[in-house]
Design a binder for this molecule. Sequence first.
Ligand code: PEP
Ligand code: MG
Length: 583
Amino acid sequence: MPKKKEIRLRGYPICPGIAIGRPVYFEIAEENIPEFSVPDDKIDHEVSRYYSALKNSRKDLLSLQQLMEKEGGNEAAAILGAHLEIMRDPLMTVEMEEAIREKGKNTEYVFSTVIGEYALKFQKITDVFFRERLSDVQDISRRIIGHLRQHDRRPLSQLEYKSVIFAHELSPSDTADANTDVIEAFVTRTGAETSHVAIMARAKGIPFVSNVDFPDFSISAPPYVIVDGRSGEVIINPTKETFDLYQEEGKKLKIHVKGLQKSGSLAAETLDGCKIRLSANIEMFNELDALHQYGGEGVGLFRSEYLFLARDAFPSEEEQFLVYRMLVEKVGGHPAVIRTFDIGGDKLGNVHMNRSEKNPYLGCRAIRLMLKERALFKTQIRAILRASAFGEACILFPMISGVLELREAKKIVEEAKLELLEKGVPFARNLPIGCMIEVPSAAITCDLIAKECDFLSIGTNDLVQYSLAVDRGNPTMSYLYTAAHPSILRLIKMVVDAGRRAEKAVSICGEIAGNPLYTQLLLGLGVHDFSVATLSLPVIKNVIRSLSIKDACKLAKSALSLSTVDEVEELLQKSYSKLQLDA
Ligand code: PEP
Ligand code: MG
């Protein structure tokens, strides 16, 4: 076992799971590119080298696209489709050939210089659309350079042993390339939970921690690292005790998850007979299989913005209708809560309306953006309404900060309904309308909001960010970002009580809903409706089945009397460890 000091680093948990493996630093293909002159009679050879790299990159993307489609990763396949389009651009074909002939230098050097100049030009443009396109071009160029430099760099599909990939940043195609038989986990310095890379990693079920400030492994790498994708912890040079502990925990987790996965047919019911609704947060269609396998009762949050994060334009009404219709039909027999586009903040998407803001989280995000872009908003509402004729659809508005926004949004729903009525298009007349409670002003006035909508859904990811004034994506502030703050407990209680008084359903869909440490507390605070990531369904069901509402209420009462985060966390840990969970 290594004698070096154990180092524990913290990052942002993107995809859960425990991994132990050898660290592999994944160098970006554009690093350290050689430059040399090419004699005239060898230029044709350089040009043909370029075209064959282009052809091979295209082949890679096509086969990846097919694979993703087969695995149900339609969003991922769409990203790759957009990349294939860019490869046909003159920049990538005739213009590149001209540059190779003109400069008389080796292809990889010319290629990276041209792309570098292109990047400089585009970086100066504040328009988010162009910056997003730039990141796509950079991703493709990394792949092309990877082919040009195939002798000194191994792609992620060709690693031989169980590896934990450390990279400054990963591209969507790197992640799509990842061979899950050999890659145990990803650790990156940058990357948000909602990035394309995160979408791909989740689709493949690879544990992933981002925003980790890890040391340079290119010279000397430790023999093992441990990645805990649940907590966001990355342990370098683990001591024997830590290594054994995590190995055991990893094994247990696998057995546990396998065992729990069989719980699909069991009810999410507490020991004292209280039935809890357990539904899923869905970003991609392939997650619906797991939803059924684990017995989830519908979709509590469909993050519709994932439909176009990979695209250059908003999907049309027809495209959206087909997606929402498929969703409600596949969910069948249970409601599917479709959240209207939540773009902005860290979820820019390629079509984020030409905006660049100093404080995007506090800017034109979610419902604010949609109320400015009414035509697009109405298109989405119409598509959801039309889908409601084929299954139980509900509309959920994100980032509502007060009653006025809700009223404005409802007006658009009414307009869309009238338009459909006039055309004789069927839809569910009483389609439920809900509000995300994720802004403190909404939590504080939720009694007023509850009066004017059908249900509330507590989004603790943002509620924590906005209540504690801590950027949820800033790793240096993550020590302050926690739902165990007494203010969050009080806000949740306030929303649940207001919902009960108004006789409106209240669910919780932030990440803590899928964190077993919080289950007992949430139940005790009165939350009886959880929407969690599909992979967390069996875990949370197991916790629900092992406790009583009576004990949960006692725990919540004690938690509410505490003054600090530390005290709350300690209480949660203690009560969780006392539960008799199914092994
Ligand atoms: C939340 O904020 O808790 C939530 C569920 O929404 P998102 O994570 O998509 O912002
Ligand atoms: Mg949110």
